[in-house]
Write a protein that binds this ligand. Sequence first.
Ligand code: BEZ
Ligand code: FE
Length: 292
Amino acid sequence: MPEFNEKTITAAVIARLAECKDPRFQRVMSSLITHLHDFVRDVNLTEQEWINALMFLTATGKACTDKRQEFILLSDTLGVSVLVISLNHPPEQGSLESTVLGPFYWENAPEFPLGGNLAAGVSGEPAFYSGRVLTTDGKPIANALLDIWSGDGDGTYDMQMAGDVGMKARGKIRTDAQGRYWFRSIKPTYYPVPTDGPVGVMLRRMGRHPNRPGHIHMIVSAPGYEAVTTHLFVANSEYLDSDAVFGMKESLVTQFDKHPPGKAPTGEAVSEPFYTVQYDFRLRKSAAAAAA
Ligand code: BEZ
Ligand code: FE
């Protein structure tokens, strides 16, 4: 009867995938088993450490609700999300770079007309965003969709607010026939990722800060083009050089120009200082469209 030790166990587990009908799954699982076993051997893992790891993963699962995704946060803070994104969306000449989705995306945000205020009633300094959605060779893309979300002026997302406040600082905007978009929201600030769960415990034990530089999220999409999950980062924000989730990309750092109270680019009168932000998004063709 076969028995296994620290030298023979890895090959034995992998051999049990011999009948697997899905070659990709077989490859992924075989590699996962190999690296997991190598890790255990490498650090000479103790039984108590392995139990602690399993308890940590159990707590991570229990912290997930319909409004909180602790596993995404774990993936983000360990740099796995950015690694997967980098492999799957290598930057291409001038096309919009991807970054992390994060745990605060909420599907079905309302659509606003061009110039709409996504952050009505939300604390924060007003900011007027504008630009175009273009092909990589600079042609306008009409009817492209920007699905936008951010925290409030203190970096708190609607999902984190006490009570059921509904959607705040979220909305969809479509480009006009010239590929132009414009909307009002707030200037985002740096903020900490949630630290009141298992990932927070892990970060503190690692001696890491939990902060992300100021940013606004968007998914930019158009039929025939690769949809891109991305951010615009606030130039000169704190933590640009040490984003807790490793998502910062220099190509996404954007100037926020400050203006005194007065007439905003949308024509509306603003009684407090406001910012303007200009950024063009360049989308590359989807694989299917490029092959056609
Ligand atoms: C965010 O930017 O919303 C975010 C991203 C990753 C982890 C936590 C928050
Ligand atoms: Fe965010």
